[in-house]
Design a protein around this ligand. Structure first.
Ligand code: 5GP
Length: 179
């Protein structure tokens, strides 16, 4: 049966598990950056819900920035084509920067973002991804913080979409290719 738009994703990570892990992650980051102001970079669109929960859980002064990077269209495979579709207004020089990404799959997006931002000479540059698919990595990339490691499945919810849908789910769900 081909995947239909009405197919309900199966729950992979419940809302309770998700929120508990984000609290742990935020506590860890707050300890690591204690006494510093951070610039938190939200990678649009998929990270916006993760980002908004994290900035409220972090016990740090935070400046928020938003970065648009085009990656997936309505496809379930990485195109490898990247471009910045929305850039930040503020310079990053001498700032303590943490990039919040929804998911690291091939690593192409995060590696592109990190090298682009590194050139702006921040004092610190770290990455924090909600989901990490270590078996899918195609390029080496530094993932400093991650919420959950998952397998090769295609996930949706909590900001992540499939063909524009499912971003509003409170949990992470998984949808499968037609079979
Ligand atoms: P990468 O460049 O690491 O291959 O992919 C990163 C981007 O691909 C993510 O920011 C996300 O937009 C998209 N992506 C990768 N895996 C998934 C997935 O399982 N579900 C969804 N919805 N998007 C994904």
């Amino acid at each position: 049966m081909p995947m239909s738009e009405t197919m309900e994703p199966k729950i992979l990570i419940t809302e309770a598990k998700l929120q508990a892990r984000l609290t742990e992650l935020a506590n860890e980051i707050s300890r690591d950056f204690a006494g510093k102001e951070i610039t938190a970079v939200c990678v649009l669109k998929g990270s916006f819900i993760f980002f908004s929960d994290m900035i409220r859980k972090l016990d740090l002064p935070i400046a928020c920035e938003f970065l648009g990077v085009s990656s997936y269209g309505n496809k379930m495979v990485s195109s490898g084509e990247l471009k910045i579709t929305l850039d930040m207004n503020e310079p990053l020089e001498n700032k303590h920067v943490i990039v919040f990404e929804d998911i690291v799959d091939s690593g192409l997006t995060l590696s592109y973002i990190m090298s682009t931002l590194k050139a702006r000479k921040p004092a610190t540059l770290k990455s924090c991804t909600l989901l990490f698919k270590p078996d899918s990595l195609k390029v080496p990339v530094e993932v400093d913080y991650h919420g959950f490691k998952i397998g090769n499945e295609f996930v949706v919810g909590y900001g992540l979409d499939h063909a524009g849908k499912f971003r509003g789910l409170r949990h992470i769900g998984v949808i499968e290719h037609g079979h």
